[in-house]
Ligand binder design. Structure first.
Ligand SMILES: NC(=O)c1ccc[n+]([C@@H]2O[C@H](COP(=O)([O-])OP(=O)(O)OC[C@H]3O[C@@H](n4cnc5c(N)ncnc54)[C@H](O)[C@@H]3O)[C@@H](O)[C@H]2O)c1
Length: 317
């Protein structure tokens, strides 16, 4: 890992979508930090109270609003762009809405980043949704075949990040997250968050398909270490880096581990529903580029990450 020697404090950072699941965990993982960082979030999914007691100034605005983006970016050096429309099924129902946030919003931020002379622009991308239904492990050299509008919009975002490095010298890094889980995910539609919500409510769990579809579940604290490293190291810009654990876990196996975490006596019944369109069957990722450039080495075992997530869910009212 080549250190750039780049040191930062709160005022250098703008985190879009910083009131969301990953944003709140990221801010916590950067503590202690000198000064106050800025968050730009329209609170369509994130919650202002999750930023309580954190050194973060919240600007409630939409990333498609150029004036608000300019105001939020003034004085910053690093942009971590997490704000997005994140629902795969919703993107199938309304691809235009998904495109306007994930593509136009990202382009808006990139243009602003050039005019504000931003030193580094980190883009939250995705692996499986971009490459589509392929034989895993998913890696950065695979040609993209998104099967959902969400995947297509993230691919477009990566394309603009590459183009802004190529055309304007903006130092962009696209980090492709696998399936991230952990605390502060209450509002998420992802399988771990949804199942913990249903368990809490005593509702039966619904699995789409036969449950043998696989994912690469990455604990959010491990992800945040990689994002923090991406702020500071020298890496090839304009190119994607895949993040995950490299391990493949079926949804049925995940449910078994959640049952161990919660206890059999408190575990609701499980039903199986038809497969949803736009979902990939198998996904786990290769992380050699992340190891090489970010010294990435995710340490959290799935069962331990699930325990920490479960404890967080149990604490919320
Ligand atoms: N969670 C995962 O497993 C996962 C996997 C791959 C990629 N990602 C990407 O990581 C990023 C963060 O995801 P997350 O899981 O924290 O989702 P999240 O929904 O919790 O966070 C996204 C945040 O963006 C905000 N937002 C949405 N639209 C906005 C807009 N138009 N203007 C301003 N703010 C807006 C929301 O209010 C929310 O706080 C997203 O870009 C997502 O696509 C997440």
């Amino acid at each position: 890992m080549k250190q750039s020697g780049f040191e930062f404090e709160g005022k250098d950072l703008l985190i879009t979508g910083g009131a969301g699941f990953i944003g709140v965990n990221l801010i916590r993982s950067l503590l202690p930090i000198k000064g106050v960082l800025r968050v730009l979030d329209n609170l369509s999914a994130g919650k202002a109270q999750d930023l309580d007691n954190l050194p973060a100034e919240l600007i409630v605005a939409d990333i498609r609003d150029r004036q608000a983006v300019d105001e939020a970016m003034a004085g910053a050096k690093i942009v971590i762009h997490l704000a997005a429309h994140t629902g795969v099924a919703d993107s199938v129902a309304d691809p235009h809405m998904d495109m306007s946030i994930n593509v136009q919003g990202t382009l808006n931020l990139l243009e602003a980043a050039v005019s504000h002379k931003i030193e580094r622009f980190i883009f939250a991308s995705t692996g499986g949704a971009i490459v589509g239904d392929v034989d895993p492990p998913v890696h950065e050299e695979m040609s993209p075949h998104p099967v959902s509008p969400y995947g297509a919009s993230k691919l477009a975002g990566e394309g603009y990040c590459s183009a802004f490095w190529g055309s304007y010298g903006l130092k962009t890094i696209s980090l492709r997250f696998s399936n991230v889980y952990g605390p502060y995910s209450y509002h998420k539609g992802s399988v771990v968050a949804k199942f913990f919500r249903q368990i809490q409510a005593g509702e039966q769990l619904s699995i789409y398909g036969d449950g043998e579809q696989t994912r690469d579940f990455l604990f959010v604290k491990d992800l945040c270490q990689a994002i923090a490293a991406a702020i500071q190291v020298e890496i090839p810009y304009g190119q994607p880096i895949q993040l995950g654990t490299g391990r493949e876990t079926s949804v049925n196996k995940l449910v078994d581990l959640m049952r161990q975490t919660v206890g059999r006596e408190n575990f609701p019944p499980v039903t199986y529903l038809p497969t949803r369109p736009g979902e990939v069957q198998r996904n786990f990722v290769a992380i050699s580029r992340a190891r090489k450039y970010l010294n990435f080495s995710p340490q959290t075992k799935l069962i331990d990450g699930l325990k920490q997530t479960c404890e967080w869910f149990q604490k919320i009212p």
